[in-house]
Design a protein around this ligand. Structure first.
Ligand code: FA5
Length: 344
C-alpha cells in the first residue's frame, strides 16, 4: 500500500491536471472546493494523519503543506490568466474599437426665434435705432392706461391678460409699455429706440398664435416726424428682411395708442400667396402693427404733443421667423423638438 505522502503527491498531480481543464473562474472556484476546501480531497487524506506513528507525522505534514502551497500558486496563475481572457472576450463582444476616432459633441446654436430677433435688431440698429431694455412684468397702468386704453374699455379685450397675485401687476401683453419708459427717460430729447422682448397673452394656441412670443417695439419721437417716415422705415425694413422680391402691404387698423394706425402684412411664403391655415387663407401674414403716436400717449411720456410727434411699431418675431424660414406652425418654436431646432 502506498504511503500517505505518495497519496498526497498523487492528489497533487491529479489536482494540477484537473485545474488545467478549468475553463472559467467559477470552474476554478469549484476546483478549489473539491481539492483544497474544508471538505475537499486534501483534508480527507489528512484525516489519516492521526493513525500514523508520531515520528512520521511532521514529514507528512510538511509534504502536505508544500503540495497545498504549490497548488494555490498554480490556482492563482490560472485565475489571473482566465480573468484576462474573460476581460478580452467581454471587450471584443462589446465591439469597442479603441482605434476609432471619438464622437463629435453636439454643438448648440441660436434658437430660430433668437436668430430672427437678432436679424431684425441688426437691420433696425443700422437705421439708427438704439436698443432699450424694458421689463416683462408691468403694471396695468403702464400696459394699458397710459397707452390710452380707458379702464373697462373693450379695447383691452384685444389682448387677453395674464395677471399676477399682486393687484394690478401683470405680464405685459405687448412691448408698447416700454414706449412710456423710454419717453419718460429721454423727454424732451428726440428719441429713436427699439425694445425687443417677450410678451404674454392668454390666447388659444393655434398654428399662428402662441401664448408667449417675442415682439420688437420701435419708437421715434421728434419735432417733425411724419407718417412718411414711418412708412419709409417699415418698407426699408421689409426689403432688408425679406428681399426686394417680396410683397408687403399697409392696411388701415386701430390701436388706442396710435392715430392713424396701420398693420403691415407680408405675402405668405408658406403657400406662395395661394392661402393656407397660417395666413388664414388670405395669402398675407400680418407681421406688425404701427401708427403715429397718439397725443395722449406723447403727453403721458412727457412730450408736448403740440410740438412733438412720433411714430411707433410693434412687430411679432415668431411670425417673421415662420415667413423667413418656411415654418408652417408656430407651435414648433417652443415644443423642444431638437430635430426642428437642428433644421433651422
Ligand atoms: C400690438 O401688440 C401692438 N402693441 C403693436 C403696436 C405697437 C401698434 C406700436 C402700434 C404701435 P398686435 O396685437 O397686433 O399689436 O401684435 C403685433 C404683432 O405681434 C402682430 O402683428 C403679430 O405679428 C404678433 N402677434 C400678435 N399676437 C400673436 C400671437 N398670439 N402669437 C404670435 N405672434 C403674435
Amino acid at each position: 500500500m502506498s504511503t500517505l505522502v505518495e497519496q498526497l503527491e498523487a492528489l497533487g498531480r491529479e489536482a494540477t491536471a484537473a485545474l488545467a481543464e478549468a475553463k472559467t473562474t467559477p470552474e476554478t472556484e469549484a476546483w478549489y472546493s473539491e481539492y483544497l476546501g474544508r471538505k475537499g480531497k486534501m483534508t480527507g487524506l489528512l484525516r489519516g494523519l492521526g493513525q500514523l506513528p508520531a515520528e512520521e507525522r511532521p514529514a507528512v505534514g510538511k509534504a502536505a503543506n508544500e503540495i497545498k502551497v504549490a497548488l494555490e500558486a498554480v490556482l492563482q496563475e490560472r485565475q489571473a490568466a482566465l480573468a484576462q481572457a474573460e476581460m478580452e472576450a467581454a471587450l471584443a463582444a462589446e465591439g469597442i474599437d479603441v482605434t476609432m476616432p471619438g464622437r463629435r459633441p453636439q454643438m448648440g446654436k441660436l434658437h430660430p426665434t433668437n436668430q430672427t430677433l437678432r436679424e431684425a435688431c441688426t437691420i433696425l440698429t443700422h437705421m439708427g435705432f438704439q436698443i432699450f431694455d424694458s421689463a416683462e412684468v408691468e403694471t396695468d397702468e403702464l400696459n394699458f392706461e397710459l397707452l390710452n386704453f380707458p379702464p373697462d374699455h373693450p379695447a383691452r379685450d384685444m389682448q387677453d391678460t395674464f395677471f399676477t397675485t399682486k393687484k394690478d401687476v401683470i405680464l405685459r401683453t405687448h412691448t408698447s409699455p416700454g414706449q412710456i419708459h423710454a419717453m419718460r427717460q429721454y423727454a424732451p430729447e428726440p428719441i429713436r429706440v427699439i425694445l425687443p422682448g417677450k410678451v404674454y397673452r392668454k390666447e388659444d394656441v393655434t398654428a399662428r398664435s402662441e401664448m408667449m412670443f417675442y415682439q420688437i417695439e420701435g419708437l421715434a419721437v421728434g419735432r417733425n416726424i411724419t407718417f412718411s417716415d414711418l412708412k419709409g422705415t417699415l418698407l426699408n425694413f421689409a426689403n432688408q428682411m425679406y428681399g426686394d422680391g417680396r410683397k408687403s402691404r399697409f392696411r388701415k387698423s386701430y390701436f388706442p395708442f396710435t392715430e392713424p394706425s396701420v398693420e403691415v402684412d407680408v405675402d405668405c411664403i408658406l403657400c406662395g400667396g395661394k392661402g393656407c391655415r397660417v395666413c388664414k387663407y388670405s395669402g398675407w401674414l400680418e407681421i406688425l402693427g404701427a401708427g403715429m403716436v397718439h397725443p395722449i400717449v406723447l403727453k403721458n411720456g412727457g412730450y408736448d404733443p403740440t410740438v412733438y410727434s412720433g411714430f411707433a411699431f410693434g412687430m411679432g418675431i415668431e411670425r417673421q421667423a415662420m415667413l423667413k424660414r418656411g415654418v408652417d406652425d408656430i407651435r414648433y418654436f417652443y415644443s423642444n423638438d431638437v430635430r426642428f431646432l437642428e433644421r433651422l
